[in-house]
Unconditional design. Structure first.
Length: 531
């Protein structure tokens, strides 16, 4: 891909995504639709999805941003449903879709059909997160969908490699496939565990926000590349590192957090926009190689595979939700009894995305004997139609479906009460810290500034502080310098309380980020760099 087509792709997709923000249509759907239309306009460059670019260069940063924005504590609390979906469901869908394609398409070998099953098995991280944010799903469902989408790519890629090896003649067995899956999973987690603490140490010891953010940008690529180099799961390595750094993000300098949030928002926005536009732009590439499968037969295969993909998710989700409760009294005691509505939404929210297409395009042209890979063009076509079908049909109907089922969203009153309680506790601790500091003559301040320090705990908003020229005879600081130093001490005390409340599960990570950002902005306003 040359520079100009890439520039046109990024600029065009960002423009369409910006327009989508002013319409009721979710950005992923509008981007895919525009990509489909634009792909046939005269003069539009020819875009072909390159798995060598998507998997190592686009997937890691998208997974990393999703992981750092996720809550480790919430994911741990929902570990069972997340694991059942991200591992169990993906393997189940691989087998069910593969077997159905084997029965539906005459002459398609079972191994090649299982390749198709693995390709279309994982729901997309970007699509799931985008829809969850847009429609305001209940927090538990959002956590489950986000957790599933973080891990399921690793399961699907491993299942794909096993099925591919059997198809091209490298030989594979159930035992070998299980061993390969375990090695990839354990190896990916191990690489993430080995990398996360050294990277966090660097992030907390680098003194410049620009260097810290440069490290942040490199982290997902290094984690993915190192894991893949040792034949482990790069996806899991990125997720483990991202979850740890996101959980410990409060320990990084405030300037780094503010810059990092802005940088990653921009990166995620551009990549997500380009990814969904690329999906639509693949239509000519997919149709060109369809060959003998053109026409009504191809349409029938596409509809059948789409129906099997959607139905298989419901077949898995409901037993995975209710069967553990039936078998375990402990689960019944610990967890509220779910209704049928939550699993239905989880079942319907299984949109596929660019990872499926990227894996499909990585299928080799030939097998070891030099013969053409059986059904490769049909697999590409069925992957494309499944991705488009789930994004359009499920993506468009999910918001009205949630409204129809009247699922409760976030409890605004409870969240406000929790935030107010957290702020009150933090303010009391900060005020006690101020009283302690003011007993030291080195921290002497005029009464008006002391009153202002106390008042800011009540109103918690940004302000421009007056700069006073008086100098502390003990420290040589101006009153303004002392005021800003004490303000930062109080903010540090509040920050520690918020983290303790998050760790004690009194507030969630989303609320923690809101409270920390408020403190970061105030600290940035109070801070002045010495020339």
């Amino acid at each position: 891909m040359h520079f100009l087509p890439v520039l046109l792709l990024v600029a065009g997709s960002a423009t369409v995504a910006g327009i989508a923000r002013r319409t009721p249509v979710p950005a992923p759907l509008l981007l895919v639709a525009v990509g489909l239309v634009v792909s046939y306009l005269p003069g539009v460059p020819h875009y072909e999805l390159d798995p060598e670019i998507v998997l190592p260069l686009i997937l890691p940063p998208l997974l990393y941003t999703a992981a750092t924005d996720s809550s480790y504590l919430d994911l741990r609390a929902q570990l069972r449903p997340v694991a059942l979906l991200s591992v169990g469901y993906v393997l189940f869908a691989t087998l069910v879709v593969g077997w159905a394609a084997y029965l539906i398409v005459p002459g398609l070998p079972l191994t090649a059909a299982l390749v198709l099953g693995a390709v279309v098995a994982p729901p997309d991280a970007v699509a799931a997160t985008a829809v969850a944010r847009r429609v305001g799903l209940p927090s538990r469902i959002t956590t489950i969908l986000q957790g599933e989408s973080l891990v399921n790519d690793a399961t699907a890629i491993t299942a794909y490699r096993v099925a591919l090896a059997a198809t091209i003649g490298e030989g594979a067995s159930w035992a070998g496939g299980i061993i390969e899956f375990l090695v990839a999973a354990v190896g990916g987690v191990a690489v993430g565990l080995l990398m996360m603490m050294p990277i966090h140490w660097l992030r907390t010891h680098l003194t410049e926000a620009l260097l810290q953010n440069a490290l942040s940008l490199l982290t997902p690529f290094v984690a993915y590349g190192l894991a893949e180099w040792v034949h482990a799961s790069g996806v899991l390595a990125v997720v483990v590192v991202g979850l740890y750094l996101g959980h410990r993000n409060w320990q990084v300098d405030f300037a780094t957090r503010l810059q990092e949030e802005a940088v990653w928002k921009m990166v995620a926005f551009l990549l997500e926009s380009a990814v969904f536009a690329l999906i639509g732009l693949q239509l000519p590439v997919v149709l060109e190689g369809l060959g003998e499968y053109e026409g009504a037969r191809a349409t029938w295969y596409a509809v059948a595979v789409f129906v099997v993909v959607v139905a298989s998710r419901f077949v898995w989700v409901y037993p995975a939700t209710f069967l553990p409760r039936t078998l375990s009294a402990r689960i019944r005691e610990r967890e509220d009894n779910p209704t049928w509505k939550g699993p239905f939404i989880i079942g319907w929210a299984g949109m596929r995305g660019v990872v499926s297409l990227a894996i499909a395009f990585s299928i080799p042209l030939t097998v070891h004997g030099g013969e053409e890979f059986p059904g490769r063009n049909l697999i590409l076509f069925l992957t494309f139609t499944t991705v488009i079908g789930t994004l359009v049909i499920q993506g468009l109907t999910l918001p009205p479906l949630i409204r129809l089922l009247k699922l409760p969203g976030h409890d605004a009153r409870a969240e406000t009460l929790a935030e107010a309680n957290a702020q009150a506790q933090a303010s009391r601790v900060a005020e006690a810290r101020l009283d302690e500091l003011l007993t030291d003559e080195r921290n002497a301040l005029p009464p008006p500034l002391v009153d202002r320090l106390r008042a800011v705990l009540e109103r918690r908003r940004n302000a421009v502080w007056e700069r006073l020229g008086s100098v502390n005879p003990v420290t040589g600081e101006t009153a303004d310098d002392t005021y800003r130093r004490l303000s930062r001490e109080m903010i540090g005390a509040e920050r520690e309380v918020f983290v303790k409340l998050r760790d004690g599960r009194h507030i969630d990570d989303e609320m923690l980020r809101t409270l920390l950002r408020r403190l970061d902005l105030e600290e940035a306003a109070a801070y002045r760099e010495t020339p």
